[in-house]
Design a protein around this ligand. Structure first.
Ligand code: NDP
Length: 250
């Protein structure tokens, strides 16, 4: 699908409550601002409260619906943290119309033979365990929506195992499987859908760390790939589930 041709209506996400993880920087930050500008009440998740407050102020200044702030360190989040999260969202909104699982870390670019196990645990916790536990914990709220979208973030190295990408590649392959299994197991719930998006090379801090010799100016900025995110998180993609998309496909 060529998302460049997709023209979302300005009120695409009006009255929708959407949680976005990792909004402190990069693609998550752009998604939070874009979803809010299309009418969504965005729940801003991140591990750094001061970064969340900056985005909160920015969204308020744009005149978009008032967002909510949700600080949580995904590396170490406990079952209790997820219960508190559920209770907070239930009390404040009573339902959830979407989750964009965007937060991620790169880990090390070394052979598995030398891969540090503490980094492995961190990458798997943030990139794979957190999207699973968060989705599982919030399913009762998603089921109360008339049309809810859960969007997982994959990668080119999530489509095939890539040497020297270690835990990152493995976590993203796991995310692709996670999305498909949720979609298959819950296909009788017609108001729910689960899909994966691969942003493709995008000008962010993570990309610069992964490709230090690349000229960042040759890459699209997060804003450029937002049509795909809006399409997949909003009601125009109703009925599509268990699929994997490339945000930059032509
Ligand atoms: P960034 O590094 O710019 O942003 C990642 C975000 O995740 C940050 O806001 C970061 O928080 C947050 N985060 C990281 N660890 C944790 C944690 N333990 N708990 C809570 N939040 C955390 O990356 P991108 O914007 O580039 O990446 C976004 C997604 O897209 C990722 O899932 C990535 O794997 C994927 N992707 C990106 C590509 C690209 O070219 N940029 C290509 C393919 C996939 P903080 O601000 O505090 O650091």
């Amino acid at each position: 699908m060529n998302f460049k041709e997709y023209k979302p209506s300005t009120d695409l996400l009006k009255d929708r409550v959407i949680l976005i993880t990792g909004v402190g920087d990069g693609i998550g930050r752009a998604a939070a601002i874009n979803f809010a500008l299309h009418g969504a009440t965005v729940v801003l998740h991140g591990r750094n409260l001061s970064k969340l407050e900056i985005i909160y102020d920015e969204i308020e200044a744009l005149g978009a619906p008032q967002p909510a702030i949700l600080p949580l360190q995904l590396s170490t989040a406990s079952e209790h943290d997820y219960e508190v999260l559920f209770d907070t969202l239930e009390q404040q909104f009573g339902r959830l119309d979407g989750i964009l699982h965007n937060a991620g870390i790169l880990g090390e670019r070394v052979p598995l033979e030398d891969y540090p196990t503490d980094v492995w645990d961190d990458v798997l916790n943030v990139n794979l365990r957190a999207p699973f536990v968060l989705t599982q914990a919030l399913l009762p709220l998603l089921k109360r929506s008339d049309c809810a979208s859960v969007l997982f973030t994959s990668s080119g190295v999530g489509r095939e195992a890539r040497p020297l990408w270690g835990a990152y590649s493995i976590s993203k392959i796991g995310v692709e499987a996670l999305s498909k299994i949720f979609a298959e197991e819950l296909k009788s719930e017609e108001n729910l859908r689960f899909n994966c998006i691969n942003p493709g090379g995008t000008r962010t801090a993570m990309r610069a760390k992964a490709y230090p010799n690349e000229d960042p100016l040759t890459l699209p900025i997060p804003e450029d790939i937002m049509p795909a995110y809006l399409y997949l998180i909003g009601p125009d993609s109703k009925g599509i589930t268990g699929q994997s998309f490339d945000a930059q496909s032509k």
